[in-house]
Design a protein around this ligand. Structure first.
Ligand code: C5P
Length: 243
């Protein structure tokens, strides 16, 4: 590939200038981080798996009319995406109590929630991405009330789609995080799902055995992360060759 201008480098991905205005190339690294980057490792092949899995989820969403930034996969580690203005919030949807919700509220991991719960976290590494309320979001101007309503609707549509896809291959979607961006068409603005959807950003439990098939394998030292992600890709029929 031709040398490209780097726009941004994050913990697991790099964004380069794309071939057309309004596009970017998203490169998936092998780096795994947890606990606000306190824990770090390089896991060979993770980027290839996440590129392929994110392509699968994002193109599935596009196909059912849930807008995403995804245009097409370019190669084993890169995909072409629309450039968006990222809203500085992480949008988490939970179906089952786990992780920070279990810790914060003292609810046992694995407790089914009465309905999907949408939470917002302010994207700020220095602050450790704190949980925020809709009041904070509106008061500090991170999004309008209309944006918030649209973000919740978008997140719940993603939840319905992902839950169904995972259920069909014997995996429970416990929770996930998405990022949402704005795309402007003249004066018209629409919200799209951006960043990635992969086992890095979801909790996925085998329905029969309860085995973790997501980044908790790395966070909690539960075995091989590559094996877990490979299992997800295999079940979805998208296992890349030569990971
Ligand atoms: O840690 P917590 O329980 O709040 O995470 C909820 C979900 O959001 C998990 O699936 C986790 O992988 C994802 N997440 C993420 N990036 C973060 C925080 C959480 O992908 N910075």
């Amino acid at each position: 590939m031709a040398r490209r201008k780097k726009i941004y480098e994050g913990k697991a991905k790099i964004l380069y200038e794309g071939p057309e205005p309004g596009t970017l190339v998203q490169y998936f690294k092998d780096d795994a981080t947890a606990f606000n980057a306190e824990k770090h490792d390089v896991i060979e092949g993770k980027g290839v798996l996440n590129n392929r899995l994110s392509e699968f989820f994002m193109s599935g969403l596009n196909a059912i009319g849930v807008p995403t930034h995804f245009i097409k996969r370019l190669n084993m580690r890169e995909q072409l995406v629309r450039q968006v203005e990222i809203i500085p919030l992480e949008v988490v949807v939970r179906n089952t109590a786990a992780g920070s919700m279990s810790k914060r509220l003292g609810i046992d991991e694995g407790t089914p929630l009465p309905r999907p719960i949408v939470e917002f976290y302010f994207k700020d590494d220095a602050l450790g991405d704190p949980l925020v309320t809709e009041e904070h979001i509106i008061a500090f101007g991170w999004a309008s009330q209309q944006d918030l309503d649209d973000m919740v609707a978008l997140a719940l549509r993603v939840n319905d789609f992902l839950s169904g896809v995972m259920m069909a291959v014997g995996i429970k979607l416990v929770d996930f995080k998405i990022e949402i961006g704005r795309i402007w068409d003249g004066d018209f603005m629409r919200l799209v799902v951006a960043d990635e959807i992969s086992p890095d950003s979801c909790r996925l439990w085998d329905i029969k055995t309860g085995q973790h098939l997501d980044k908790d394998v790395f966070r909690r030292d539960l075995g091989s992360l590559t094996d877990a992600y490979t299992e997800v890709a295999k079940r979805l029929g998208v296992l890349p060759t030569n990971v």
